[in-house]
Design a protein around this ligand. Sequence first.
Ligand code: ADP
Length: 494
Amino acid sequence: MKKYILAIDQGTTSSRAILFDHNGRYTYSAQREVKCIFPHEGWVEEDPIELWVSVVDVVNEVLIKANATWDDVDSIGLTNQRETSIVWDKKTGKPIYNAVVWQSRQSTDICESLECKKEFLHERTGLLINPYFSASKIRWILDNVEGAQERAEKGELLFGTVDTWLIYKMTKGKVHATDSTNASRTLLYNIFDLKWDPELCKIFNIPMSMLPEVKYSVDDYGAASFFTKEVHIYGVAGDQQASLFGHTCFKPGDSKNTYGTGCFMLMNIGEKPILSSKGLLTTIAWSSKLGIKYALEGSVFVGGSAVQWLRDGLKIVKDAPDSESVAGKCDDTDGVYLVPAFVGLGTPYWDDEVRGAVFGITRATTKYQLVRATLEGIAYQVKDVFDVMKEESNIDIESLQVDGGATANNILMQFQSDICRIEIKKPQVVETTALGVAYFAGLKSGYFKNIEEIVATHDYQAQYKPQMDEAKAIQKCKGWAIAVSAARAFKNNK
Ligand code: ADP
């Protein structure tokens, strides 16, 4: 048996390569920052060539670090920032424009003009009409690069999310493919029929010849012949879905939340998609020849970035870890609530206009209560997502698996457990995104026998159980609901 699976994780701010061993353990890694370009207010772009070069660099570096050769690598798993869209010339392989990043708002007008198709799009894709997803980004590129629509109609241009672009580069242009999790984020893929949808493509006026072949997440994407030896790419998935698998959330109800800059919660809902009426997205969790799994997804816009605000804006904590010691100087917020709606509120409110607010301040309030209230504000938002997930799926959540930078904060994790009344579990390997696609690749190649073998090697570094008195937790959550309503009411009074 070969020594390693190579996982490539191409994210918004960096590219990483990680070698995992047979126990799913993280052995060596390499990382490169990638630059975001901001051509206008609200636009976020990246250079596709830089993304590719950064991947080549980290792959080479990790092999050097591990003193390994390609003979030691069983197969490759690839995970990526989702929705980010690239269009390139089929003949030359050259991008015709920068990668338009998921966060970018440059296609807002396109989405607004399609507001009337909102329900139709939701019924077929499980998504909302929003610049976040790929379709309006492709439309924007075709509208703004001279002659692009015509070239696309002649079959001269190809579209891809970042996975597709990197597969294309790794296979020297031989393979133009994506996996179903990435396809399910484009607004062009029918998540029920599991096909690119001609009617959706028509709405956005996107020629179907541009679209990649959709494969399973566990599938053969061809040999990465770019590197010195041919190694097959056997696993591909968007980052959040890869993380769900990396957390071994294999059963319906199994859920994970990532506490990064923002928070992303995904719940495995099994083999049938459920459409949400409360702002959750329905998405493909993963696919293999054994079948498809679906997930519900909810997002919190401001998670760990609220802690950055404490550090850089208010300057009341030295660094992110300091938020735990400062909050620890008091036992309670003493009735203070902080709604960190700095850029609006995500699931289930989807309110772009509401802004942050603090309630319940008295003469006795100190920075300790404010910092604690900020951490609690992150946890309450996560609970709001958690509650609609339970309600809309009608599935009970037994425990919540967590990852991301802010999980280092024990006060936050304990409070999350207290208000959700469930166990919070933080795995030993926190690189769950990369691990998820390493598992996919290894399952395809036989490096991992089956999911039972994976579960057996999965363990936890920390677990949190509810400690707060339940009546108090309920009371505090009621206060949060009032604080959110009050913050939302205030926006009309600007
Ligand atoms: P991303 O992938 O979105 O860049 P990360 O998973 O790297 O995010 O997490 C970074 C975020 O976690 C930052 O917003 C930071 O403020 C927050 N963070 C890191 N350590 C702590 C901590 N000990 N307590 C609270 N927040 C933290």
